[in-house]
Design a protein around this ligand. Structure first.
Ligand SMILES: [Fe+2]
Length: 352
C-alpha cells in the first residue's frame, strides 16, 4: 500500500525525534537492527543521525530461529541479542541506541543493563514511516507522562470500569509499584523511549490485580492486529486470568492462542495504564495492511485503557506470550481522581 522509498519528510521526522532525544554532533550512536527489520526505518535512522552529525554505526543481528511453531508477535522481547557480551557492551557504551529490531528490547535483561550503564534507548516500533510521521510527540508529552506517573505514585488503588462491564481493581499501594511510560523520545541517560510514544504504565507487583475486564466490539487485540467483532470477558483473580468467556471467534482465538505457550505466566497480567497521545487515532489501523503496522499508534491513543498479559519482571513472570489489548470507553480512577472518563482523557494539570 505504501512504497518503501526514502522520503525527505521521513528523514526530517526521524531527525526531529533524535533531536528530542538529545543526539548531538559527534555522539557515538548505535543503530540496532536485525536481518528481518523494516529496512526503510533502518535506512532513515542512519540518514537522520548523519544529518545531525552523529557518529552512527550499525549493529545488525541475524534474526534467530523461531522458538515455537506458533508465531510470536508483539511481545517486546527480542531474542536477537542473545546476551552476546561484545554486543551488549557496545550498546551500553553508546550514548544512544536507535533500536529497529522487530520486537524491540523492552522486556529484556539486556535493555535493563544497557540503561543502567547510562545509555539512552529509543525503540522505533515496527511501523511503516507513514505511521510514525503522524504521531511524533512534542516536548510537552514528557510533562503529561510524568504528571500521570506522579498521580499513580501517590495513589493506593487504580480502578478501571466501563459500561460494557469492566470492573478491575489494582492495588498500587506497595513500594514495588513503579510507574513508567514513554513520552516518545529518550532525552536522559537510563530513559527508555518508544516511537510512537505517549502512554503511562505500571507493571503490577504480585497478587495485586483482581476483577473483570470486558473487551467490547471494536477494542483491539494487537497481537492479532484485529478489532474485536465479539466481546471477550476476562476474569482476573490475583493477577491471573481464570476464565475467558464469550460466544464469538475472538474469545475462542484468545483462549486457544494463549494455550499454545503451555505456560501459566502467559495468563498473568503484564503492564497496564493509559494512552496520552492526541495524534494517535483509533481507526488508523483500518487504513493499513498488516504488514505496514505493528499497532504502535493504538497503544498510545489518548484515553485508551491499555492492558496486557504475559511477561512482568516486577512480578517475576517470564513468558513468550504477550497480548497488548487497548480498549476504548473505559473510566480509569486513581483513588478519587479520574484520569480517564469514559474513554476521554482528563486534564490532570487541572485535576491536581
Ligand atoms: Fe506490551
Amino acid at each position: 500500500m505504501h512504497a518503501d522509498r526514502v522520503e525527505r519528510k521521513w528523514i526530517r521526522a526521524f531527525a526531529e525525534v533524535f533531536e528530542r532525544s538529545n543526539v548531538h554532533s559527534g555522539d557515538p550512536v548505535a543503530i540496532l537492527s536485525e536481518t528481518q527489520s523494516r529496512q526503510i526505518n533502518v535506512h532513515l535512522s542512519e540518514l537522520a543521525l548523519l544529518e545531525l552529525g552523529a557518529k552512527a554505526y550499525h549493529v545488525v543481528m541475524p534474526t534467530p530461529a523461531q522458538e515455537f511453531d506458533m508465531p510470536v508477535r508483539s511481545n517486546g522481547r527480542t531474542l536477537a541479542l542473545q546476551n552476546i557480551r561484545p554486543v551488549v557492551n557496545l550498546l551500553a557504551e553508546s550514548s544512544f541506541v536507535a533500536d529497529n529490531t522487530v520486537e524491540g528490547m523492552l522486556h529484556t535483561s539486556e535493555l535493563r543493563e544497557v540503561l543502567s550503564r547510562g545509555s539512552r534507548y529509543l525503540h522505533i516500533n515496527n511501523d511503516h514511516p507513514e505511521v510514525l510521521e503522524r504521531v511524533v510527540c512534542g516536548t510537552e508529552m514528557k510533562e503529561r507522562v510524568q504528571e500521570a506517573g506522579a498521580l499513580i505514585q501517590r495513589s493506593r488503588t487504580m480502578r478501571i470500569t466501563s459500561a460494557a462491564g469492566t470492573d478491575l481493581t489494582v492495588d498500587i499501594s506497595g513500594p514495588a509499584c513503579q510507574s513508567g511510560g514513554s513520552w516518545g523520545f529518550s532525552d536522559e541517560p537510563g530513559i527508555l523511549g518508544t516511537w510512537p510514544g505517549g502512554m503511562v504504565s505500571i507493571f503490577p507487583p504480585p497478587g495485586t490485580v483482581s476483577g473483570t475486564v470486558v473487551m467490547d466490539q471494536g477494542d483491539l487485540n494487537l497481537t492479532f492486529k484485529r478489532y474485536l467483532e465479539s466481546p471477550i470477558k476476562l476474569i482476573f483473580e490475583k493477577d491471573f486470568i481464570v476464565s475467558v468467556e464469550g460466544e464469538g471467534a475472538d474469545a475462542a482465538m484468545f483462549r486457544s492462542y494463549n494455550e499454545h505457550w503451555g505456560d501459566h505466566d502467559a495468563w498473568g497480567i503484564s503492564h497496564l495504564g493509559w494512552g496520552l497521545n492526541p495524534r494517535a487515532h483509533w481507526e488508523a489501523m483500518l487504513a493499513y495492511d498488516k504488514r505496514d503496522t505493528n499497532g504502535g499508534e493504538a497503544r498510545m491513543f489518548a484515553g485508551c485503557f491499555l492492558f496486557s498479559t504475559g511477561v512482568n519482571e516486577i512480578a517475576g513472570r517470564d513468558t513468550s506470550g504477550h497480548y497488548d489489548l487497548p480498549m476504548r470507553n473505559c473510566t480509569i480512577a486513581l483513588d478519587d481522581t479520574v484520569a480517564v472518563d469514559r474513554g476521554r482523557l482528563v486534564d490532570l494539570s487541572r485535576a491536581s
